[in-house]
Design a protein around this ligand. Structure first.
Ligand SMILES: Cc1cc2nc3c(=O)[nH]c(=O)nc-3n(C[C@H](O)[C@H](O)[C@H](O)COP(=O)(O)OP(=O)(O)OC[C@H]3O[C@@H](n4cnc5c(N)ncnc54)[C@H](O)[C@@H]3O)c2cc1C
Length: 383
């Protein structure tokens, strides 16, 4: 018989941002929470991303609202846990008239009312890190914030343990959930409620349920560019024309069709590799620059330089940065589905599987977790 590890109100499988968000939501409701993570520390998408909590550009409606709520929670948690916010806001630099038209249309929606649309001259003084040669307009969004994920995720875990008494079991694989018992490689846990947040592992727990969602994986290239003497300090994240045909909050606007057509003619290779531009800055002045999107059931682990070069080509067009030199490269993967941004599966009355199937978990997980825990605690029946 496996050792008994303890009794909890909520067991969370997965120590990435999705699992941590559920741990927080449970702890805030006074639950005794345990997080089970197979690795020695979170090592998946949640520590490989930009740490860019994005609101503007998220799909109109529920998803945008979730991003707004998650950003609010990030701000609270960052302050409480001593997580440094590197910068706030977003500058979307439009270099083509068609891109400027998308920004203007966006500004006219309810999502754009708190954003500003700047002319080239106004943008040049507000955002010194932007190149201005072919700049048409810039959308300035106040909502976003940026954290250094590789530091922020461990700090968030530590704070949950210290301030909220959350128990963390690292290097522990959850092997079965048979409510109210969660079996792990270290022993058994009893928990009234369980939430499984496995990221892009679709075969570990409930494989037959996850198979029904037709999931795949997305691989992304990321680079870090070293800081340079005389380089401007970033006062917000930066995106460009390519992001306007990728982020649903813009790409679903009718005005995006003309931009897409032009980009297909001018930047076909970027689109074929799913390349768009996000640039954020770190405390030491270096920049995290990305990314690309390649889909496969098992993405290969290789990072061809040609893809990084496409990313850097767009970077050099948009950002004023003397002699950008790549200092670090990595790849990350996340769960993906063609027909949904996330799934919440009701595996039993007391168990939920939560998979964020779009590259937006850092921006939405906190709000999703609040909804899941609310629903579980109000509707769950004894199994
Ligand atoms: C390169 C890159 C850039 C991104 N940029 C952004 C961005 O700018 N903004 C944004 O909002 N989102 C971004 N994302 C997406 C975001 O990072 C993901 O949506 C989010 O991190 C998913 O969190 P998760 O907790 O579900 O998954 P993960 O972080 O992958 O965590 C899942 C965890 O579950 C553990 N696990 C799985 N099965 C078991 C088991 N049986 N037992 C124990 N442990 C288990 C794994 O070890 C893992 O640690 C990006 C992603 C990548 C890869």
């Amino acid at each position: 018989m496996s050792p008994f590890l303890g009794e909890f109100d909520l067991a969370v499988v997965g120590g990435g941002i999705c699992g941590l968000a559920h741990a927080l939501a449970g702890a805030r409701r006074g639950m005794r929470v345990v997080v089970i993570e197979r690795d020695a520390q979170a090592n998946g998408a949640s520590v490989r991303n930009f740490g860019f909590v994005t609101v503007t550009g998220q799909q109109r409606g529920e998803w945008w609202r979730r991003a707004m709520r998650s950003r609010e929670i990030w701000a609270e948690v960052a302050q409480a846990a001593g997580i440094r916010v590197e910068h706030r806001g977003l500058a979307v630099a439009a270099r083509r008239p068609e891109a400027a038209a998308v920004l203007e249309a966006f500004r006219g929606t309810e999502m754009g009312t708190t954003c500003e649309l700047l002319t080239r001259d106004a943008a040049a003084s507000r955002f010194p890190m932007l190149r201005t040669d072919d700049l048409q307009a810039v959308l300035a969004s106040p909502h976003e914030l940026r954290v250094e994920s590789r530091v922020a995720v461990p700090a968030l875990s530590l704070w949950l343990a210290e301030a909220h008494n959350v128990t963390f079991l690292y290097q522990t694989l959850a092997t079965a959930v048979t409510p109210p018992v969660v079996e792990t490689t270290r022993g058994a846990i009893r928990a009234a409620l369980s939430v499984v947040c496995p990221g892009d592992d679709f075969l570990g727990l409930y494989p037959e349920r996850l198979a029904a969602y037709g999931l795949t994986r997305c691989k992304l290239h990321m680079v870090r560019v070293g800081s340079a003497v005389g380089a401007p300090r970033f006062n917000s994240a930066v995106m460009s024309d390519l992001g306007l045909v990728r982020y649903l909050g813009y790409s679903e606007l009718p005005e995006a069709a003309a931009l897409k057509k032009r980009l297909e003619a001018e930047q076909g290779e970027h689109l074929a590799n799913g390349v768009h531009l996000i640039v954020v800055q770190s405390e030491d002045g270096s920049l995290v620059v990305g990314d690309s999107h390649h889909y496969a059931a098992t993405p290969d682990p290789f990072g061809p330089d040609s893809v990084d070069e496409l990313i850097m080509k767009e970077f050099r067009q948009v950002v004023a940065w003397p002699m950008p030199a790549i200092r670090e490269r990595w790849i990350g993967t996340y769960a993906s589905a063609s027909n949904r941004l996330m799934l919440i599966d009701r595996a039993s009355d007391t168990v939920r599987l939560v998979v964020i199937t779009s590259g937006t978990g850092a921006s939405t997980a906190f709000a999703i977790a609040e909804e899941v825990i609310d629903e579980l605690t109000t509707r769950s029946q004894p199994a």
